[in-house]
Design a protein around this ligand. Structure first.
Ligand code: ADP
Length: 662
């Protein structure tokens, strides 16, 4: 391959430009990212060598070496891992294969602070080298290929890069950073060791630096011992020393690991720049033995909702890296969890297909799900916002000092978690039947009494009115649409709290939950309202009488609206509005049907029930009106508008209203 110049994928070029600016205040992470790549490359070699021992080329000891050259102003990170072929260097360093990259880049604004956060969620890996370097040269040879098939890749980080074939005997990759003038500070062994200790101590691979020792300067007059000397300096000795702990973090006892080390390990495996919200670290013994170290991120990744996104944990078998994104280790509704599982039982050559079927994996998956749920339960318990939630009158919670301390440490954490991942968690209701009850306890909603998503079913139950025997909820496009819905009028009048559910998944997820702790869940938009004991005798009687008196009118309305409404009936749920739409008990809500249609999916044509308010002047006026037909249609279309829908024929609606106005 002759030397050639190639262009970066358009998104890479844009990203590079922004990375250098956005990450300027957090420069030193470049070393963590490059060491992390080097460590991944060694993991990959170890894995491929399970099938093909020749890849070790008789040199099975893997390590990463960090060197620097003060005069040339360079830092070099060298690994003897899997390396890259010429084509791989072009593909892997010139494009970003991650799904959603385009979307991600389009969200970068040039604003340093918000970009830094986004980039943190995305992970820039190799390209972070350009924060400190104005030129990077990479030399590599893939394990197993002949020396003549080495590759040199060089770029100044603007629009393009150069590649050429080189002779390279050493297997693996060297990344040389030509430092910018303002990055001189990294040309110091202390500085580099400090950063490695901070970010990479937990990497199981040894990271080596060349030992230096102090050498006195030469005597100015060689014959005079007491005469002056040239200035002394540190010189390299040719000996290498390991500068990190080099033992896999998860295999060390908990008590030997500091919170900072846990956080750093998280950052390394997740490429997140922010510390995690919580972690759990356990060695599980029993029929299957494994170690789990699981983290809950504090921010959702940019591609949480991307269908192609792979969730999952890193899988190791007896410390040997097996695969990233092992989806089989956690159900998909926990795809936001990051971490490591190290199994003592699985075979080293386990494949993704095998994972799906393994009984050990099933046990691990269950164990990990339970752990994550306990972690969330703890956060919820200690969330101060939750502790401070209105408690039942006259009952003072007894909170121990210990609980108080735990609460202070995790104040607001559950709300934070919920804002980021609550919607994903709800998918679990349909996916993980075994944990449905635990999941239900973890859900939070806004309500007619709370603006924030902080009401759990248990809080709701504790505040239920005497005689109330259902948990009422409404699904809506947003909080204000839900709260102002005519369907809530009677609930408001009677002071009954209604949960307002505004997540897209709510309606679907609630299909899987009929009750909470023995109390049925009831959508206020489905079926006829039956407030049961909450309704007094006079109200019931009035409703029955109205139904009788209005029978002929209802029949006429039904006839006029036969293409639109499946039924027309009198309701007690309305106070101020003349009419509203509801669906039959077992029907799909109009809200969900609308959402499916917007998403381009097939939805059954739901013909809702029109419920009318017998006390409303408009309804009273209907009978005998010469405009009966127009009024009937207006009544229906307005009910549709009130719940955020659109009349089938908006022009016809406008025409009718105008005709009446004139
Ligand atoms: P990521 O590591 O998140 O995939 P990077 O931008 O850091 O993204 O690296 C892109 C790709 O380049 C890696 O996935 C890997 O295939 C390759 N790569 C980077 N560094 C090395 C290395 N030291 N040895 C072998 N391959 C590497």
């Amino acid at each position: 391959m002759n030397k050639k110049t190639l262009s970066f994928q358009a998104e890479v070029a844009q990203l590079l430009h922004l990375v250098t600016h956005a990450l300027y205040s957090n420069k030193e992470i470049f070393l963590r990212e490059l060491i992390s790549n080097a460590s991944d490359a060694c993991d990959k070699l170890r894995f491929e060598a399970l099938d093909n021992g020749a890849l070790y080329e008789n040199a099975p000891d893997l390590d990463v070496r960090v060197t620097f050259d003060k005069d040339a102003k360079t830092i070099t990170i060298t690994d003897n891992g899997i390396g890259m072929s010429q084509q791989e260097a072009i593909d892997h360093l010139g494009t970003i294969a991650k799904s959603g990259t385009k979307d991600f880049v389009s969200r970068l604004s040039g604003d340093q602070k918000s970009d830094a956060q986004l980039i943190g969620q995305f992970g820039v890996g190799f390209y972070s080298g350009f924060i400190v370097a104005d030129k990077i040269s990479v030399e590599s040879r893939r394990a197993g290929l002949p020396a003549a098939e080495g590759v040199r890749w060089v770029s100044g980080g603007a629009g393009d890069f150069e590649v050429e074939a080189i002779e390279r005997t050493a297997r693996g990759t060297s990344v040389t950073l030509h430092l910018r003038d303002d990055a001189d500070e990294y040309l110091s062994p202390w500085k580099l060791k400090g950063i490695i200790g901070k970010y990479s101590d937990h990497i199981s691979l040894p990271i080596l630096m060349e030992k230096e020792e102090w050498k006195d300067g030469d005597l100015i007059d060689p014959n005079d011992e007491k005469g002056g000397r040239q200035p002394g300096q540190m010189v390299k000795t040719g000996e290498w020393e390991t500068v990190n702990k080099a033992s896999a973090l998860w295999s060390r006892p908990k008590k030997d690991i500091t919170p900072e080390q846990y956080d750093e390990f998280y950052k390394q495996i997740s490429h997140d720049f922010e510390p995690p919200l919580a972690h759990t670290h356990n060695r599980v013994e029993g029929s299957t033995e494994y170690t789990q170290l699981l983290y809950i991120p504090s921010k959702a990744p940019f591609d949480l909702w991307n269908r192609e996104k792979k969730g999952g944990l890193k899988l190791y078998v007896k410390r040997v890296f097996i695969m990233d994104d092992a989806e089989a280790l956690l159900p998909s509704y926990l795809r936001f969890v990051k971490g490591v599982v190290d199994s003592a039982d699985l075979p080293l050559n386990v494949s993704r297909e095998l994972l799906q079927e393994s009984r050990d994996v099933k046990a691990i998956r269950e164990g990990c799900s339970k752990r994550v749920l306990s972690m969330l339960e703890d956060l919820a318990k200690n969330d101060k916002a939750q502790l401070a939630a209105p408690s039942v009158e006259g009952v003072t919670d007894v909170v121990s000092e210990e609980d108080k301390a735990a609460a202070a440490a995790s104040e607001g954490k559950y709300s934070k978690f919920y804002a980021e991942f609550g919607a994903v968690l709800k998918e679990g209701l349909g996916e993980d039947f075994g944990n449905r009850e635990r999941l239900a306890k973890l859900l939070r909603f806004a309500s007619t009494q709370s603006d924030t998503m902080s009401v759990g079913f248990a809080d709701y139950k504790a505040r239920m009115k005497d005689g109330q025997d259902a948990i009422y909820y409404i699904t809506a496009e947003n909080l204000s649409a839900g709260r102002n819905s005519p369907q809530l009028e009677v609930f408001k009048k009677k002071g009954i709290e209604v949960l307002v559910m505004t997540d897209r998944v709510d309606e679907w997820a609630l299909n899987y939950l009929n009750e909470f702790d023995g109390t049925p869940l009831q959508s206020v938009a489905k079926g006829a309202v039956d407030l049961g004991k909450l309704q007094d005798e006079t109200e019931k009687k009035a409703a029955e009488e109205a139904a009788e008196t209005f029978k002929p009118l209802l029949a006429k309305l039904k006839e006029a609206l036969k293409d639109k409404a499946s039924d027309v009936r009198i309701t007690t749920r309305l106070v101020d509005s003349p009419a509203c739409l509801v669906v039959q008990d077992d029907g799909m809500s109009t809200q969900l049907a609308r959402m499916l249609k917007q998403a381009g999916q097939k939805a059954p044509d739901v013909k809702p029930v029109l419920e009318v308010n017998a006390d409303h002047p408009l309804v009273k006026k209907l009978d005998g009106s010469v405009h009966f037909n127009d009024l009937a249609h207006i009544l229906f279309d307005q009910a549709l508008l009130a719940e955020g829908g659109l009349p089938d024929d908006p022009a016809a609606y406008v025409k009718r209203v105008n005709a009446l106005l004139v």
